[in-house]
Design a protein around this ligand. Structure first.
Ligand code: E4P
Length: 228
């Protein structure tokens, strides 16, 4: 499974790239507008930080197919590398998805709330579909179930489109999505940190350190080898 981070904050991206095995960065207009800065410079800076190989997903704002295609090409030209254009699903979005797919562009169909939306987006040529787990839970649906059914449906029909589950608020949602066989998740950096933290882990590390120091003082293993 791939972990992707859902942010346009450069400091957070730098930190995640340094410490975590992330596969890329996703953004949307809300995430971009939070940074309140020069849009083109921002997405180029993200590319510079993550390098050409990690995925960068940037969303269009146009709603007509021709304009979506135009924005997709401009975005791809600006950021280059492993780029995915995010297109919210709609009639025009599906038309643009087919056009871009036939041009060899990689597309992430986003704002997916139903299994059938995901299937149709996949058939239009989307490389990823992004169902919104927490937003489904918030409308008393079941985000994990919707994602599981999309994953199963793609398997049953031998569809190569990957599922990029998005919109998370809890570690439990992410864990259940991982158990469903979903290909990837995009999560914000704060939630990412809670995936790796556990108080019992910290307790164990503190214990190891105290026991080591009781015999070797503050000497590290490297200092012992170096005879310091
Ligand atoms: C990512 O593709 C989505 O735009 C994002 O995860 C939505 O998350 P939210 O529901 O927390 O806004």
């Amino acid at each position: 499974m791939m972990y992707i981070i859902d942010t346009a904050n450069l400091d957070q991206i730098r930190k995640c790239v340094e410490f975590y095995p992330i596969a890329g960065v996703t953004t949307n207009p809300t995430i971009i507008s939070r940074e309140n800065t020069d849009f083109v410079k921002l997405i180029k800076d993200i590319r510079d930080i993550i390098g050409p190989d990690l995925m960068l997903h940037v969303q269009v704002t146009a709603s007509k197919a021709d304009d979506i295609v135009k924005e997709a090409l401009l975005l791809k030209e600006a950021v280059g590398g492993n780029f995915y254009v995010k297109i919210p699903i709609s009639q025009e979005g599906l038309k643009a998805t087919s056009i871009l797919h036939n041009m060899g562009m990689k597309v992430t169909e986003t704002a997916i709330f139903t299994q059938q939306q995901a299937l149709i987006a996949a058939l239009a040529g989307a490389d990823f579909v992004a169902p919104y787990v927490n937003r489904l839970d918030n409308i008393v649906s079941d985000g994990v179930q919707v994602v599981s059914e999309i994953v199963d449906m793609f398997k049953a029909h031998d569809i190569k489109t990957k599922v990029l589950a998005a919109s998370f608020k809890t570690v439990e949602q992410i864990h259940k999505i991982a158990m469903s066989g979903c290909h990837s998740v995009t999560i914000n950096p704060e939630l990412f940190e809670t995936l790796t933290y556990h108080p019992m882990t910290q307790y164990a590390i503190d214990d190891f350190n105290a026991d080591w120091e009781s015999v070797y003082g503050r000497k590290s293993i490297a200092q012992i080898f170096e005879g310091k």
